[in-house]
Design a binder for this molecule. Structure first.
Ligand SMILES: [Zn+2]
Length: 299
């Protein structure tokens, strides 16, 4: 026979134990997979691209379309970052939950304020991000807003796990802010630093640490470095004395090496987004530690 206390235990666990999530998340880029995982660790999370893949250029292959079709929630950067491939997934995947305008199709560009919006764009501007720079995940305040928004949407579609999702979103914010507080002097060291970059991939990192990109290996956005353009950057390097020439794991490092050889400024592949199972905070730590090696001349 059950005792009263046993019964109470059963009732307590029956009412408060969280239900394991059956949600399936489709994240366009690894950073959104990492945020989703922090908020809903039990959900099935599929990430369409890896840290070594260019999120502007992805093949809408059948396996991606299948994943897209089965997802309950989609999380992408928006602002035309995925314009070359997401529309094809949406067309072929035909998933009503992940249609534009649905609450369950989340674009970061609808949630956070983007930098560098352009009023008018001509052909000569290249593949410029006219709707604003969509590479937002190296902005702590913006990823925190995304975590809160994802927590909110998940708790609407799975109210039984509302407390968990909102708690996890709060935890995400606390952890990231705690990392920043603990490392503020390491971060401040890079205030006023200059970089040569490749594309506008690290725009939000520069904003975060108070740095500036003084030259871009791309002659115009979306175009590979040309010999003439690279040669013109030699003068830029001499004028500004940047800390480094940086590029992401998915960008071609040859232009950066060429420029580095001629200017004695180091070129370095800088982590752009999370590796598998890496958290956003761990990504920030990895980037900061690479920058320190550069500044210390130990890279
Ligand atoms: Zn871009």
């Amino acid at each position: 026979m059950r005792t009263l206390s046993n019964l109470l235990t059963i009732i307590a666990f029956g009412s408060f134990a969280q239900t394991v999530s059956a949600l399936t998340v489709f994240a366009c880029e690894p950073e959104y997979g990492a945020i989703a995982k922090a908020i809903a660790p039990d959900a099935q999370i599929f990430t369409a691209t890896t840290h070594q893949q260019d999120p502007h250029h992805v093949q809408a292959r059948p396996s991606l379309i299948n994943r897209y079709r089965r997802a309950d929630i989609g999380i992408c950067a928006g602002a035309e970052l995925e314009i070359g491939w997401l529309p094809m997934l949406q067309l072929r995947g035909n998933n009503p939950k992940l249609r534009d305008g649905q609450r369950t199709m989340i674009y970061a560009s609808d949630v956070v304020e983007l930098l560098d919006k352009r009023e008018s764009v001509t052909r000569a501007d290249g593949d410029v991000h006219a709707a604003g720079n969509p590479h937002i995940h190296l902005s702590p305040s913006r990823v925190i807003l995304m975590a809160q928004h994802i927590g909110q949407v998940l708790s609407e579609i799975e109210p039984e796990n509302r407390t968990t999702y909102l708690d996890n979103a709060a935890k995400f914010e606390t952890e990231l802010n705690a990392w920043i507080d603990a490392n503020q002097s390491r971060i401040d060291r890079f205030n006023g630093t200059k970089f040569i970059g490749y594309h506008t991939s690290f725009r939000y990192l520069y904003e975060f640490i108070g740095a500036e990109q003084v030259g871009d290996l791309e002659p115009v956005p979306g175009s590979a470095p040309t010999p003439g353009h690279l040669a013109s950057l030699i003068e830029t390097v001499e004028t500004h004395q940047p800390l480094a020439i940086v590029y992401t794991p998915y960008q071609d490092g040859r232009g950066a090496s060429w420029l580095s050889d001629r200017t004695n400024i180091p070129s370095v592949e800088l982590s752009y987004t999370v590796h598998e199972n890496q958290s956003i905070t761990e990504l920030y730590e990895s980037i900061l530690s690479t920058l320190e090696h550069l500044a210390n001349g130990t890279h």
